[in-house]
Design a protein around this ligand. Structure first.
Ligand code: CTP
Ligand code: CA
Length: 231
């Protein structure tokens, strides 16, 4: 609701949010990207600021305006996002990895524009895997600092969505995973969202549905409570 802006449960906390889609260059004019708009991550950064936090937003490609009153670091590739995030995460009480990170990047980037070859000929791109930023920052001692991941999954049923989410949080080692179902027309670039949040044991701690702003507020309430040691 609109009373949420008056909740100051992140006062004195430092919050890091990554948002948007990374882009992996192929040549000077082309890249491999994804359909993330960055809206949910930007909404989380704004909501955390409104709840009193000092917010750092690491923004890959985002299709919405960047919020006022937060420190912004711009990145393009997964490698740049990894570098910025591994430096900033240890300085923050809460890190929310809402960015859509490209799983792969081209083996090599061409210095000149890749030319079309003979008519009708196929082109094969060779890709290598990017490092897993969320797993990297989740590993090792964290002294009470929280790390939250996001997972957009294409699942036909809620059960399947839950199973995918539970397997993913076990792999990543983060404290919470925000899971949402996506398809060709839902999740990305839309105004609203429906998510469920899993804890490290795979239990559902909250379900939130509505505008990306209200979803941001609902899930931040859970993370703020966890930071202050509430059950
Ligand atoms: N993530 C990351 N580094 C990567 C890939 C993903 O930090 N190289 C983070 C995302 O920011 C997100 C979470 O991991 O918070 C889950 O991303 P997702 O793409 O769902 O997970 P993957 O492990 O890449 O699995 P999948 O095969 O389903 O893409
Ligand atoms: Ca992925």
């Amino acid at each position: 609701g609109d009373g949420s802006a008056r909740i100051r449960d992140l006062e004195g906390r430092r919050v890091l949010v990554t948002a948007g889609g990374t882009r992996e260059p192929l040549d000077p004019v082309r890249y491999i990207g994804n359909r993330s708009s960055g809206k949910q991550g930007v909404a989380i950064a704004s909501a955390a600021r409104d709840r009193g936090a000092h917010v750092t937003l690491i923004a890959a490609h985002v299709e919405v305006g960047l919020p006022e009153g937060v420190d912004v670091v711009r990145v393009e590739t997964a490698a740049e996002l990894l570098a910025a995030t591994t430096v900033a995460a240890p300085e923050n009480d809460l890190t929310v990895m809402a960015a859509a990170v490209s799983d792969y990047r081209p083996v090599s980037v061409s210095d000149s524009k890749i030319k079309k070859t003979a008519t009708g000929e196929r082109l094969t791109l060779e890709l290598v895997q990017n490092p897993d930023i969320l797993a990297t920052i989740s590993a090792g001692p964290r002294d009470g600092r929280l790390v939250v991941g996001f997972a957009a999954e294409t699942a036909d049923t809620r059960e399947e969505l839950l199973a995918l989410g539970r397997a993913k949080i076990a792999r990543k080692g983060c404290d919470f995973l925000v899971v949402n179902g996506v398809g060709w027309s839902t999740g990305f670039a839309t105004e609203s969202n429906t998510v469920l949040v899993l804890d490290a044991a795979g239990a559902i701690v909250v379900e939130a549905s509505g505008s990306k702003t209200s979803v941001a507020d609902d899930i931040l309430g859970v993370f703020a409570a966890a930071l202050s040691g509430a059950p």
